[in-house]
Ligand binder design. Structure first.
Ligand code: PSU
Ligand code: MN
Length: 317
């Protein structure tokens, strides 16, 4: 019994050549952004990956097959479809087994990337611990996935609609490395900084690739979260965003929005409340994440070696 998989010609050629590949998710297309910006963004993100010297592999389940890399037509169809399933670890196998179609979340895209032998994945922001989780128990499956599937995920941190301190506490408990790129505080998705300190900091793609390889060498399961801050020119400062997030959360509660519908509802309300600024920022940050992910994938394809200490210790005596 094998998993029915379809590789796009571009991804198949990259795999044959050992070229760097970056996985991309599809829930951001179907549930994270409105049409037509969703499809435009997906194309722009793929272009960023190519411009940085890697091959993009956008992942989705279409008619019972796990697609690794989508054609232009498939991307268009997915972007315009309504009522597409949002697939996470719990529902992916059932969808494939029954011939269904669905978009993959961070968790599901990590599972697909591992099956396809892809080590690096770029998205906007991971799911995490929702505010009020002490009563709803709503914690994204993305966190557990990072703890068990060996893929390095480049995001602008967890989405700021979440309870960020609790999200990072859970990641620490699960043993997931959270590596902030180039600064000492965690980014907060639409905002470049937060008042939470960076658990780990790295300033180059090569270091991140070396850390990924070292986890594998040590037999540690799970991946890494790379928290890449949005460019300062595109950010919405956290203080400006806070009242809109509070309003969107209040509306979600009043409307009885629960489970898988919560994140898409909040993102859509923020888009309206910020008059589109949240979407502009989201597009900018995911493009930046794609560029960094391509650099990490290139470092891995080039045979990432330990940076600094380990090499020096081995060679100096
Ligand atoms: N990044 C974005 N927009 C999104 C997502 C990520 O910029 O919509 C999606 C991812 O697929 C992530 C999901 O896994 O949001 C989180 O959903 P939940 O909170 O229901 O686990
Ligand atoms: Mn949830």
């Amino acid at each position: 019994m094998t998993v029915p998989m379809t590789f796009s010609p571009e991804v198949a050629a990259a795999q044959a050549a050992g070229a760097p590949i970056v996985a991309l998710e599809s829930t951001i297309i179907t549930h994270g952004m409105p049409w037509p910006q969703n499809v435009e963004t997906a194309r722009a993100v793929e272009a960023e990956v190519r411009a940085a010297g890697a091959v993009p592999a956008t992942i989705a389940v279409i008619a019972g097959r796990l697609h690794i890399g989508l054609t232009d037509g498939e991307l268009d169809t997915l972007g315009q479809a309504r009522q597409v399933a949002k697939l996470s670890r719990a529902d992916m196998a059932a969808c494939i087994a029954t011939g269904g179609t669905g978009a993959t979340t961070v968790a599901a895209t990590m599972i697909a990337a591992r099956l396809a032998g892809i080590a690096v994945f770029a998205t906007g922001g991971i799911g995490g611990v929702h505010r009020g989780a002490e009563s709803t128990f709503d914690i994204s499956a993305d966190l557990q996935e990072l703890a068990q599937t060996p893929v390095t995920v480049v995001a602008a941190g967890a989405k700021a609609i979440l309870d960020l301190p609790k999200t990072y506490e859970v990641l620490e408990t699960l043993g997931v490395p959270v590596i902030v790129f180039g600064q000492d505080s965690l980014p907060a998705f639409w905002s470049a900084t937060s008042d939470l300190p960076a658990p780990l900091r790295m300033d180059s793609a090569a270091e991140i690739a070396a850390a990924h390889v070292m986890r594998g060498a040590m037999g540690l399961p799970g991946g890494q979260l790379v928290a890449n801050p949005i460019g300062a020119a595109h950010e919405i400062p956290a203080a400006q965003l806070a009242p809109y997030i509070a309003q969107a959360l209040a509306e979600a509660q009043a409307g009885g929005i629960a489970a898988k519908a919560v994140t898409p509802f909040l993102l859509d309300r923020l888009f309206v409340l910020t008059e589109g600024r949240s979407l502009t920022a989201n597009i900018a940050l995911v493009r930046g994440n794609a560029r960094l992910a391509a650099g990490i994938a290139a470092a891995l394809a080039g045979g990432a070696a330990p940076v600094g200490g380990a090499a020096a210790a081995g060679g100096a005596k």
